[in-house]
Design a protein around this ligand. Structure first.
Ligand code: NAD
Ligand code: DEZ
Length: 390
């Protein structure tokens, strides 16, 4: 047996306390100090080589100047909270986790539709922003035979490419654009009063990219004046201090948790370890992936949805919707957010608490259902969504 001790790189790491599995992914690299991400300060970084964040920490000159931080890793898909030009000008390596929780967001979309009792079969979809999330949604929709129109100005060759107004005129409109404040195609408030006028009566608008892509004042005005379409908001302007009047007007409201599957969060942490290893020339051993493909172990049966959540009602969506809601029911998150808003606790604290204390949520690949109780169409569609029925 070889007892040679492996030398640790001896790095001083400061990390958002809400990053899961920190010890497992970074414990072998040096010392770990956990801090609340929302209030992280320059003082806390005075002895840090590595900073690990999630989306709630603005990483810029005012946080990092004068600190020894040499690497910033964000265990998230979105990077709008990083001042990347400043990091690069200052020779600070950075890395994020592209696509880490894209599957969770796509599952959220289908579960949100099930929760609203919207049958997506035969309905047309519009996707704004067609990267890892929007692209995966588009792929699933194609496999389900649904019609798609896509607006992504950086991907003009997308086969479903269409002008924004047309995309917004579809039955189900999904916003998955990143927040971009400058450049050729800024997305800040790209969905404002004029764009909202393209949403058709009876449509569903789902926003799960970044809150400020949608002008929330314009949305509120529109919902007050003519509430003719249904709205699902996972992301909000000014999180965690969200507009509680808007909260009351939307049909499904969740506290920025669309991507909060265990699989997605762990993938984010692992990807940042890989980024750190590559950019800092550490040659760290790779860690095992979080899931091993179709590792279905939890058996669910149609008819059991909402057990333990009896007050949420039975729903009308059939076996498919029933199974989806057993795997993830966004109405539970909606109810908790509304309870937090009506509580004495300040809204911002409640919003962050719900995110911090978010319960374990597994992606569809962990579930299985008995094939004999489902028809051919249901079996085929559930397989597309990642649920293997045996
Ligand atoms: N709600 C959540 O929990 C959650 C989870 C994951 C990601 N997100 C957000 O969703 C965003 C998209 O995720 P992704 O993995 O697809 O990112 P991605 O970087 O893979 O893709 C983003 C796509 O948006 C396109 N885009 C850029 N500017 C645009 C504009 N003005 N209009 C339309 N499209 C534009 C890009 O060309 C790209 O194809 C992330 O940036 C993040 O902010 C939210
Ligand atoms: O960008 C992302 O990956 C998601 O928005 C992510 O789920 C944000 O989660 P947070 O970093 O705020 O915990």
């Amino acid at each position: 047996m070889n007892n040679t001790a492996v030398e640790t790189p001896g790095l001083r790491i400061v990390a958002d306390e809400n990053i899961p599995a920190l010890e497992r992914f970074f414990g072998d690299l040096g010392t770990l100090r956990r801090c609340p991400g929302r209030t992280l300060s320059r003082e806390q970084l005075s002895g840090a080589d590595i900073l690990l964040v999630r989306s709630v920490t603005e990483v810029n000159q005012s946080l990092l100047q004068g600190t020894p931080v040499r690497f910033v890793g964000s265990c998230t898909i979105g990077t709008d909270h990083l001042d990347i030009p400043w990091l690069e000008r200052n020779g600070i390596h950075w890395s994020a986790a592209p696509g880490c929780n894209a599957n969770a967001v796509v599952e959220y979309v289908f579960c949100a539709l099930a929760a609203l009792e919207v049958d997506w079969r035969g309905r047309s979809f519009g996707i704004v922003g067609c990267g890892n999330v929007g692209g995966l949604l588009q792929k699933r929709l194609h496999a389900l035979g649904a019609s798609c129109a896509v607006y992504d100005p950086w991907l003009p060759d997308n086969p479903d490419s269409a002008p924004l107004a047309q995309v917004l005129g579809r039955d189900i409109v999904c916003l998955h654009a990143p927040l971009v404040k400058g450049g050729r195609y800024p997305s800040l408030h790209m969905i404002g009063p004029e764009q909202l006028s393209h949403i058709r009566d009876g449509a569903v608008l789902i926003s799960a990219g970044r809150g400020a892509v949608l002008d929330s004042r314009a949305l509120l005005q529109r919902l007050k004046r003519k509430p003719c379409f249904r709205t699902v908001l996972d992301v909000w302007e000014n999180e965690p201090e969200i507009d509680t009047e808007l909260l009351q007007r939307v049909d499904l409201a969740t506290p920025h948790i669309a991507g909060y599957s265990d699989d997605g969060k762990l993938a984010g942490t692992r990807q940042v370890r890989e980024g750190l290893s590559a950019l800092m020339d550490l040659a760290l051993p790779p860690m095992a992936p979080e899931t091993s493909g179709n590792s279905a172990t939890i058996r669910i049966v149609p008819g059991n949805a909402r057990s333990g959540e009896a007050d949420l009602g039975a729903g009308q969506g059939g076996a498919m919707a029933d199974l989806l809601l057993q795997m993830y029911d966004p109405r539970v998150d909606d109810r908790r957010l509304r309870e937090a808003a009506s509580d004495t606790e300040p809204m911002a604290q409640g919003f962050d608490r719900l995110r911090r204390e978010y319960p374990k949520r597994l992606e569809f690949c962990h579930y299985t259902a008995p094939a004999e109780v489902l028809n051919e169409e249901e079996l085929q569609q559930l397989a597309v969504l990642g649920l293997m029925c045996k």
